[in-house]
Write a protein that binds this ligand. Structure first.
Ligand SMILES: [Zn+2]
Length: 312
């Protein structure tokens, strides 16, 4: 098939995997979210999360065109064509209160990636601290443009102290995160719990040894507290800049069975490492639009050989 025909086929059937030809490898669809909620949430500063009805619509779209699979099925990797596995990052309480009941009702398996440092509301992710401060300043009519990487954690804490915001009191009052008990219940209900680093640093700011510490410590916590059939780790933010040496160490030390990035619909040269698709993106009214666009974009990238993640 020439390129023009390939593009025409791609446009005509945006997510028809058959149009790619049977011999060609296709990435499995791995959508992920953080929050599902009606109305406001302080962390809306970070993500355009869906309402409950929008989330249900997203699920209905996915279930119409793809088969839901468990993390174990993804790990085994038999016939992943037209399948999807859902995941949810950061362990926020909406996962337990809103998301899990909907998934149970619809019979959709999922994995919840959590940071041990934040489980039971012991601490707050630095980007969420920035979001809370942002909301605080907005209420005072002050526009804020906060620096909010891991490296700025001390200045975020200082700023909170200066304006009388006590994180401990905030965590107790709002309890943004799930408890360990709730996570155990999710596991009992057939969901998988995975690790998402110890405390969600920007990995690109860490050297390889510290990256590995974050992985080791969170995976140790995971196996000490849960009995996952598949030990999974999702890189916080992105796996961009994570070197092949780090992946080699993960395999050598048998730290994880599966690892995940967030590069969207792309193939990855690392074994048992998959790319997920962020569903909370600006400018898309529903999953149908976003997923179709993503498949189309994958097919375009394949034409120019940019459909596989490159890694140093
Ligand atoms: Zn995260």
């Amino acid at each position: 098939m020439n390129i023009r025909n390939k593009i025409l086929t791609a446009v005509a059937k945006p997510f028809s995997l058959a149009s790619l030809g049977s011999g060609e490898e296709v990435p499995v669809l791995l959508p992920f979210y953080h929050i599902v909620k009606d109305g406001e949430h302080p962390f809306q500063y970070n993500y355009r999360f869906p309402s409950i009805s929008r989330f249900k619509k997203d699920l209905d779209f996915l279930l119409t065109h793809f088969d839901p699979i468990s993390l174990e099925e993804l790990y085994k990797g038999h016939n992943l064509r037209n399948t999807f596995h859902l995941s949810f990052d950061d362990g926020l309480r909406e996962c337990y209160e809103v998301i899990a009941p909907i998934l149970k009702e619809k019979g959709v398996p999922a994995t919840f990636f959590v940071n041990p440092a934040f489980v039971d509301n012991h601490d707050l992710f630095h980007r969420y601290k920035a979001a809370v401060l942002h909301q605080f300043f907005a209420k005072q009519g002050v526009a804020s443009d906060l620096q909010n990487t891991y490296a700025d954690l001390l200045s975020l804490d200082q700023m909170a102290e200066d304006v009388g915001l006590d994180w401990e009191a905030y965590l107790q009052k709002e309890s943004p995160y799930m408890t360990l008990e709730q996570l155990h219940q999710l596991e009992k209900d057939g969901f998988t719990v995975g690790a998402h680093s110890w405390d969600h640093p920007e990995f690109w700011l860490l050297d390889e040894e510290h990256q590995l510490d974050e992985i080791r410590e969170s995976m140790e916590w995971l196996t000490a507290n849960f009995s996952p059939a598949v030990k999974a780790f999702a890189f916080p933010f992105t796996d961009e800049g994570v070197s092949r040496d780090v992946f080699d160490a993960i395999r050598r030390e048998r730290l994880c069975d599966l690892t995940f990035g967030t590069a969207g619909l792309k193939l990855d040269p690392e074994k048992k490492h998959y790319q997920r698709l962020a569903m909370e993106q600006d400018g898309f009214a529903c999953a149908s639009q976003l997923v179709k666009m993503e498949f189309l974009s994958f097919q375009m990238k394949r034409l120019v050989n940019k459909h596989v993640v490159k890694r140093e």
